[in-house]
Design a protein around this ligand. Structure first.
Ligand code: CAA
Length: 258
């Protein structure tokens, strides 16, 4: 599939995906969401870490496309929300870590796509917010769910009810992002983190992601049993044998993901 709204670059197993709709500050329209869904369904198996960012130096994603949403009826609104939510869920279900490099506005659907990623870092000029109630709607790409998980109910309610964006330092303070960098450093820092992650065992990373995602909503005993099970499965991999052999023999290891 030829992409109009996505740009991709692959280096050493790290894929940078740039969301690109510059005329609308990278707002998420249906065509972009379809392309994103296609990209995630067909991701190159050699990719070990995915970085998602936005085109330009002003905006990561300024939300769902308001022009497109403005004429929707109830059923179409439901379908539009579900389309975005389903695509974002694919990010969480990818078997590899995903880093959001938030390079400016992350509003509405922009904040929501960042929250579907495993790790968020941002530039100093980033602004995060869920301004939907000011448009007569609620966050519709799973923001009410994920923001509450990430920052707790009190802060999520304040952000969603007020609709007011917050600056990068406040996003850092409340745990919505892990680090803030100057704009010109953001992508090199994202790449540095991606390289650190991608040097580790791919199957172990996949299992770790699966555990964290699956266990979050489980009762403690079930969550711990799930981890026990996945821990055992690691010992059926060559990566485990090679990783431990290398440690014990003071050698470097290159994981093959087997
Ligand atoms: N949808 C469609 N177009 C958008 C857009 C969006 N979400 N955000 C910006 N644009 C367009 C503007 O309409 C404008 O287009 P024109 O040049 O044709 O007029 C262009 O992008 C540049 O935007 P501005 O002139 O507004 O730029 P600014 O620097 O003055 O302001 C901004 C930047 C604060 C991000 C402002 O554009 C803004 O508030 N955008 C909307 C943010 C928003 O409300 N997002 C939530 C959308 S709802 C949602 O996401 C629902 C959901 O959960 C699924």
């Amino acid at each position: 599939m030829e992409y109009t709204f996505l740009k991709t670059a692959l280096t050493d197993g790290i894929c940078t995906l740039t969301l690109s709709a510059p005329k609308s500050l990278n707002a998420l329209n249906s065509a972009l969401l379809n392309e994103l869904g296609h990209f995630l369904d067909n991701i190159d198996p050699n990719v070990r870490v995915l970085i998602i960012t936005g085109d330009g130096d002003k905006s990561f994603v300024a939300g769902a496309d308001i022009a497109e949403m403005s004429t929707l009826n109830e059923q179409q609104g439901y379908e539009f929300g579900k389309r975005g939510a389903d695509v974002f869920r694919k990010i969480e279900k990818l078997p590899i870590p995903v880093i959001a490099a938030v390079n400016g506005y992350a509003l509405g659907g922009g904040c929501e796509i960042a929250m579907a990623c495993d790790i968020r870092i941002c530039s100093a000029n980033a602004r995060f917010g869920q301004p939907e109630v000011g448009l007569g709607i609620i966050p519709g790409f799973s923001g009410t769910y994920r923001l509450t998980k990430l920052v707790g109910m009190g802060m999520a309610k304040q952000l969603i009810y007020s609709g007011k964006p917050i600056k990068s330092d406040e996003a850092l303070r409340i745990g919505l992002v892990n680090a803030v960098y100057e704009q010109e450093e953001l992508m090199s820092q994202a790449m540095k983190l991606a390289k650190t992650i991608s040097a580790n065992a791919p199957i172990a990373l996949k299992y770790a992601k699966e555990c964290i995602e699956a266990e979050y909503d489980l009762p403690a005993d079930e969550a711990i049993a799930y981890e026990n099970h996945m821990f055992g499965k690691c010992f059926a991999t060559e990566d485990q044998k090679n990783g431990m052999h290398a440690f014990l023999n003071k050698e470097e290891v290159k994981f093959e993901g087997r």
